[in-house]
Design a protein. Structure first.
Length: 608
């Protein structure tokens, strides 16, 4: 099952040996992948399912509105999507189209993101602006307010507040709402715990908050103070740090309200709602549900406001990972299984072989379910001895090749013969003799959080899931020229894949929950760029491929790192023309062939 019941969130299921999408007509990922490949598109492909984004937004609103009703809370629930999580148009445009009726908005953390937020957010839906700002970025916020946008500029330092004053006094633009990000004593947990605490990168201390209120009051802008904001980290694993942070932030909100900030009406709890990436129960990371999360937020804020006799504020969230992580699936073909270098047909025995090789031949011939473990041990001992003999010059490279092939055949037979009665020795054998699967993708480009943070992503085959094919412990290699482009087998969270003959069968793997951050953080290591992309709409009768974008070709890739593609082509043509080794016709044919290659993408174009 590959843990699909742990991370799948009912978005995917297995039927008839293939992975299917649990929505309407329930097509298989394999069928969609093969249709894309029938269009002569090769290499990895990112499949987008926008209905999953809609489902996640709906779940968040439904749970918070339920909690508000059950707790007799007087404020409203509102939310924005942080553009830093995924800014791509094929994510944001369908999201905003669906979310218009919910007043779901966008959060920006840079000038470019603010420009997107201003253009994509419907008038009336909220825009929040976080992160460090300059005078021009603040002025853009004023322009957005002038357009009629419901925008809040969250100040990260007192200097930004001074610039707000300057723009307000010098321009005739409508002043936007103002928020204060507070630096809490409370911290989160896990990789992003440093987002909270007194040493956090962002936010105002208690002293600075008091000063900010004074500055706003002196400049007659205290009525624009609308929001208190905090954030204790992405991917919160436990609920208890959030509870502590909520109490602290809610008390700050109530105190600022009592200082005369009468228009203060919102508390923004930031992001952090975790997504489950685990494929094994032992490695689960989240100890709470969305229902518990929403209950705690609403109850604790309401409790503190009641105790302070303060009106309940509107509650904002910015949980972007929870919204988009699950909508994207990376599908990649397997190019090679490295054990296939040791196929029996490659065996070239001599008329007279070294005694140890003759013994390996006998072991391979007589192995059965009763003696397989013993024979496997003997084979491994013989192989070590033969390596020593090779190093000493007593056997040649053909003998060594034969020894490797025979030993591998014995190991493979042992795995098959022992599979029905697995024991400790069988597990040790599996873990020791891993299969290496070469994938037509770049981990640095498509799942950089694995490389940078060692975050695991659910991975499984698209097919053969009801097959009796042998399962092998799997290490995954990408096609980059870098040893870090590997997902090594981990016996604590093991991955087992099918023993497939790639020369006669296709084999596709899929990485799930890759829709958050992976595209925005991706890097062009080895100049592998964005993979192919397909947007899929599932209907009651089937599905439609609405968007199909092929990975940029080689000319676009080299332009992205500062080269002029026309100049590159001219240099290549000149070098071909100056070549003294080929005829004029050969030069023309070679150039035509080269141009054909330059218009393909960086990924490998084999049968797979």
């Amino acid at each position: 099952m590959y843990g699909i019941d742990i991370w799948g969130d009912d978005n995917f299921f297995i039927e008839d040996g293939v992975v299917k999408i649990n929505y309407k007509s329930c097509p298989s990922l394999l069928k969609i992948t093969k249709e894309i490949r029938d269009k002569n598109i090769r290499g990895p492909v990112t499949l987008r399912f926008s209905h999953i984004i809609e489902k996640q937004i709906e779940k968040v609103y439904k749970n918070f509105n339920r909690a508000i009703k059950e707790n007799s809370y007087k404020g409203k629930f509102k939310a924005v999507f942080p553009l830093k999580v995924n800014q791509y148009a094929n994510v944001i445009k369908p999201m905003m189209k669906y979310a218009k009726g919910l007043n779901y908005g966008l959060e920006a953390g840079s000038k470019a993101e603010l420009l997107l937020a201003m253009s994509q957010t419907p008038i009336g839906s909220p825009i929040t602006v976080n992160g460090f700002k300059d005078h021009e970025m603040i002025a853009m916020g004023f322009i957005a307010s002038q357009m009629g946008h419901n925008i809040t500029l969250t100040i990260e330092g007192l200097g930004e507040l001074v610039w707000i004053m300057e723009v307000a006094h010098k321009s005739h633009l409508k002043v936007p709402k103002i928020g204060i990000r507070v630096r809490l004593h409370s911290v989160g947990g896990g990789t992003w715990a440093k987002s909270g605490g007194m040493d956090a990168k962002f936010g105002l201390s208690a002293t600075e908050i008091l000063e900010a209120v004074e500055i706003l009051e002196e400049n007659k802008l205290l009525t624009n103070l609308n929001m208190i904001h905090f954030h204790i980290g992405s991917q919160m694993q436990e609920i208890s740090p959030l509870k502590k942070a909520l109490r602290e932030a809610a008390n700050i909100y109530a105190e600022v309200k009592k200082l005369g900030a009468n228009r203060l009406s919102a508390i923004n709890i930031g992001g952090g709602l975790a997504v489950e990436y685990a494929q094994h129960n032992s490695s689960r990371i989240r100890n709470y549900s969305l229902e518990e999360f929403s209950n705690d937020v609403v109850f604790l804020i309401g409790e503190i406001m009641n105790s302070k006799n303060v009106q309940h504020p509107d509650i904002y969230t910015e949980s972007g990972r929870f919204i988009v992580a699950q909508h994207a699936v990376l599908v990649t073909p397997v190019l090679e299984l490295f054990s296939q270098d040791y196929k029996k047909e490659h065996l070239k025995l001599k008329e007279k072989n070294p005694p140890l090789i003759e013994e390996l031949c006998e072991l391979e011939k007589l192995i059965n379910s009763t003696n397989c473990i013993e024979y496997m041990h003997d084979a491994l001992d013989h192989l070590e001895s033969l390596f020593t003999l090779f190093d000493l010059g007593y056997i040649d490279i053909q003998d060594r090749s034969n020894a490797e092939i025979l030993a591998h055949q014995i190991i493979k037979s042992t795995l098959i013969l022992s599979a029905n009665e697995p024991n400790l020795e069988f597990k040790r054998l599996q873990n020791r003799h891993q299969e290496r699967y070469l994938l037509n993708c770049s981990f640095f480009q498509s799942i950089p959080d694995y490389w940078g943070l060692k975050q695991n992503f659910p991975v499984m085959p698209l097919h053969y899931l009801n097959s009796k094919k042998t399962l092998r412990p799997a290490s995954l290699w990408d096609i980059t020229c870098d040893s870090d482009g590997e997902m090594a087998f981990n016996s604590n969270t093991p991955l087992y894949l099918h023993d497939i003959d790639i020369e006669s069968e296709e084999y596709f793997l899929a990485f799930f929950n890759i829709g958050a951050y992976q595209e925005t953080l991706s890097m062009q290591h080895n100049l592998f760029v964005k993979p192919n992309e397909a947007g899929i709409t599932i209907t009651n009768d089937g599905y439609k491929i609405d968007i199909l974008n092929e990975s940029p070709n080689l000319l676009h890739v080299i332009e992205s790192v500062g080269y002029d593609s026309d100049e590159i082509l001219k240099q290549l043509e000149t070098k071909l023309e100056d070549s003294a080794f080929i005829t004029k016709k050969e030069k023309s044919d070679t150039l035509r062939q080269l141009k054909e290659y330059l218009n393909q993408n960086s990924y490998l174009r084999t049968t797979n």
